[in-house]
Design a binder for this molecule. Structure first.
Ligand SMILES: Cc1ncc(COP(=O)(O)O)c(C=O)c1O
Length: 301
């Protein structure tokens, strides 16, 4: 396998320097610029994926298999990493085979990823061991990577965010999908910094599954705060207010956001700043977790 210090990959976490941008409209708020880490494997993707790639290397795996939607940042980053490292990749994609592939999937295919489409019913089982086994069936020396990269190693890898964020913050805010990033941040947070997560999907069970999953990874509910109520119209879908915020923010701050994760998270912070005067007094960091390739889909816009 090619080396992890290949110049086509992002730098090693140990060599990442603090990179923050103050908000013009709220100078005590810093965007932690994961979007600047790398043009393709940006934001949290590298911190999570690197752990899986190391594992694949140790186990002499030759084929990486995963699952995601047609605009998945995860499949996009995996296909690219596989291409650079000389590993075969297969992506199981939610939904029927489309007439025209999304720009995300066109890139994946260009980097050699084999694409297979599965119906939504089957996709719902993606977190089971049976699905992982089924997805790798017939593939030689294959390893399944769950959507979102959730694993103890990826949680540990996500602690690398603190190198970008610095340690002089009262609170650090991040989007929550699988919760891997939140778990990694909480585990390695400086004592004086609170971690706040913004789930980007609706959950009628009040995020009980997420909270249980985090607890099973040793992250107790008392160690973080969830700002719920900012999922908009659902995963990948913005409300009119969020859409308006995204356009204004991008123009004012000159920072591009993605419609799935960062637009919702940045909007949540701006909303909370508008009524919480204590919060306005604090030094706050907010993760820009990248995902800008997903803008091409214009989902929810
Ligand atoms: C751009 C972006 N931000 C945030 C997240 C959510 O991170 P996590 O799944 O670790 O909660 C993801 C998903 O991996 C993502 O692609």
């Amino acid at each position: 396998m090619a080396q992890f210090n290949d110049p086509r990959l992002p730098p090693e976490p140990g060599r990442i320097a603090t990179d923050r941008t103050p908000w013009l409209a709220a100078p005590r708020v810093f965007s932690v610029r994961g979007d600047r880490l790398h043009p393709i494997i940006s934001g949290n993707k590298w911190f999570k994926l690197r752990a899986w790639l190391m594992l694949a290397h140790q186990q002499s795996v030759r084929h990486l298999v995963s699952v995601g939607g047609p605009y998945s940042n995860h499949l996009h980053a995996l296909a690219y990493a596989g291409h650079v490292l000389g590993l075969a990749t297969t992506g199981w994609v939610r939904g029927p085979a489309p007439k025209h592939l999304s720009p995300t999937l066109v890139d994946c295919q260009g980097w050699g990823m084999a694409l297979n489409f599965i119906d939504r019913e089957h996709y719902r089982q993606r977190e089971t061991a049976e699905f992982a086994e089924w997805a790798c069936r017939g593939l030689e020396s294959a390893m399944f990577i769950p959507e979102g990269g959730w694993s103890p190693e990826a949680i540990d890898g996500s602690s690398a965010w603190w190198r970008l964020a610095g340690v002089d913050l009262d609170a650090l805010i991040c989007p929550v999908g699988s919760g891997t990033t939140l778990a990694g941040l909480v585990r390695s947070a400086p004592q004086s910094t609170r971690v706040i997560g913004v789930p980007v999907y609706r959950d009628p069970d009040h995020y009980a599954t997420l909270i249980e999953k985090l607890a099973a990874a040793g992250v107790d509910a008392g160690q973080y705060t969830l700002w719920t109520g900012f999922a908009g119209r659902g995963f990948g879908r913005l409300s009119a207010e969020q859409r308006g915020f995204m356009a204004d923010f991008e123009q004012r701050e000159n920072i591009a956001l993605d419609p799935v994760y960062t637009a919702k998270t940045f909007h949540a912070l701006q909303h909370c700043l508008s009524f919480d005067s204590d919060l306005r007094e604090q030094r706050l960091g907010i993760l820009h977790t990248g995902g800008l390739q997903g803008r091409r889909s214009q989902i929810g816009l």
